[in-house]
Design a protein around this ligand. Structure first.
Ligand code: IFM
Length: 454
């Protein structure tokens, strides 16, 4: 299958063809590492041990066994011709229960980062991708304001160990998922169902971001430091004013709740529609901390959603089912909304350079004779690269794109059932097989390099 007919195409004259546009692949610690016996338990271990939380009743104890296979995986990453690799650090692997450095854990990442650097692959490190140490959750987790300070302390202790090995730090990946899915909806760890907790957790994560940015600016001013947010654009079901208001409310509640405090120092208007009993406690100076400068904004995009006027007057919006065509997650494929999202954000906020830190699709892959012909995923990537280029052409400052994900992995509440990888993982043997989409991505980047040498 390794031939150039299997290729994604970058639009002619696209700035994505330039040397300074970064292409990469992304993963996260809990989703791929395994090696659980070498770290403290985290909230996802506990959640996986709770009945009826994970679709296939699996866990992250072994995952893709990246903890033991990282050298092979670095070769795999290099074989995809990417400029950069986005990974996350497992807080419970690098900090012990007393809050001190776990040198074994740090050594694992140091070796990995060094191996990537030796191959000329730049490293985009996320400092929190959902694996909160369980002992911190036992004291209230993100609902406890003190967790923000513990987090900043973790960052302060860790980053000097990686001096010279990291190109970019993101404080958090998708605070929406940790706060809303974890504490408000209860479908992610720690599985709580409380609006007050969800809003408070979101605020403390943003506070932790602000505190950690101060640390990063002080200790590692030459890396590109920022945060990664996910956006699911909110569309109104009809043109009625009621549905339009519902979509605005949903956008403010799910998307702008995280971006606006960082960019403007204020929560969106929807905050004022909440009952006082669920509003987050915000201390003086918090918003100033949260809105400190960031060097880049990471944007994760997968799909859009529709909203309608709520049936109950106490609710702000009604979320509707996805419309076809679907990925294997049941998410609508609608690349136009990717372009629109980027333009809307660009027109509304004074944004720093943007990196698309995640984009991709789960598809019902099958491996036949050692090959995965995932033309559906390939089409998803092609249409989203065009959508991205349209936003760049319209003036949005986008500097990079990371495919989610390098390889199939533990897809949270979906377990190992949903596959997002450019690389297929056989979880029995841990054999990695580059899918057609992965070959196409690699070929596109190879062609780009050859063009640049002309
Ligand atoms: O797998 C996740 C990732 O951890 C965070 N962003 C969305 C991906 C797909 O659901």
């Amino acid at each position: 299958m390794t031939n150039t007919t299997t290729m994604l195409q970058l639009p002619t004259n696209s700035t994505m063809r330039r040397a300074d546009f970064t292409f990469g692949v992304a993963t996260a610690s809990f989703q791929i590492e395994g090696g659980a016996e070498h770290r403290l338990p985290c909230i996802w271990d506990t959640f996986c041990d709770t009945p009826n939380t994970i679709a296939d009743s699996s866990n992250g104890l072994v995952a893709c066994d990246h903890f033991n296979r990282w050298e092979e995986d670095v070769e795999l990453i290099a074989s995809l011709n990417v400029d950069a690799y986005r990974l996350s650090i497992s807080w419970p692997r690098v900090i012990d229960k007393q809050g001190n450095i776990n040198f074994e854990g740090v050594a694992f990442y140091t070796r990995l980062l060094q191996a990537l650097k030796d191959r000329g692959i730049r490293t985009f490190v996320t400092l929190y991708h959902w694996d909160l140490p369980q002992h911190i959750e036992d004291r209230g987790g993100w609902v406890n304001r003190n967790t923000a300070f513990l987090y900043a302390d973790y960052v302060e202790q860790l980053v000097p160990h990686f001096a010279g090995l990291v190109d970019s730090y993101a404080t958090f990946n998708e605070p929406f998922c940790s706060a809303f899915l974890g504490y408000e909806l209860g479908v992610h760890a720690p599985g709580h169902c409380s609006q007050k907790e969800g809003r408070q957790a979101a605020h403390h994560i943003l506070l932790a971001h602000g505190l950690a940015m101060q640390v990063l600016r002080k200790l590692t001013p030459h890396t590109m430091n920022g945060i990664v947010l996910n956006f699911t654009p909110c569309y109104s079901n009809t043109d009625t004013p009621e549905d339009i208001v519902a979509a605005i409310n949903a956008d403010e509640y799910h998307n702008l709740w995280y971006l606006m405090p960082i960019m403007t120092g204020h929560y969106p208007n929807v905050l004022n529609q909440l009952d006082d009993s669920v509003k987050p406690n915000v201390m003086p100076n918090d918003m100033q901390l949260i809105s400190g400068p960031i060097d880049f904004l990471g944007i994760n995009f997968y799909t859009r959603r529709f909203y309608a006027q709520p049936s109950e007057p106490t609710k702000l919006f009604e979320e509707l089912a996805h419309r076809p065509p679907y990925t294997d997650m049941g998410w609508e494929i609608y690349p136009e909304s990717f372009t629109k999202l980027l333009l809307d954000l660009h027109n509304r906020f004074n944004l720093p350079p943007i990196y698309i830190t995640e984009n991709g699709a789960a598809m019902p892959d099958v491996i036949i004779d050692g090959e995965v012909h995932d033309d559906d995923r390939l089409a998803y990537y092609q249409s989203h690269l065009i959508a991205l280029d349209n936003a760049i052409q319209a003036g949005v400052n986008i500097q990079g794109y990371f495919a989610w994900s390098l390889m199939d992995n533990f897809e949270w509440a979906e377990g190992y059932v949903k596959r997002f990888g450019l690389v297929y993982v056989d979880y029995e043997t841990q054999k990695r097989t580059i899918k057609k989409s992965g070959i196409a991505y690699a070929n596109m980047l190879d062609a780009k390099r050859l063009d640049l040498r002309k």
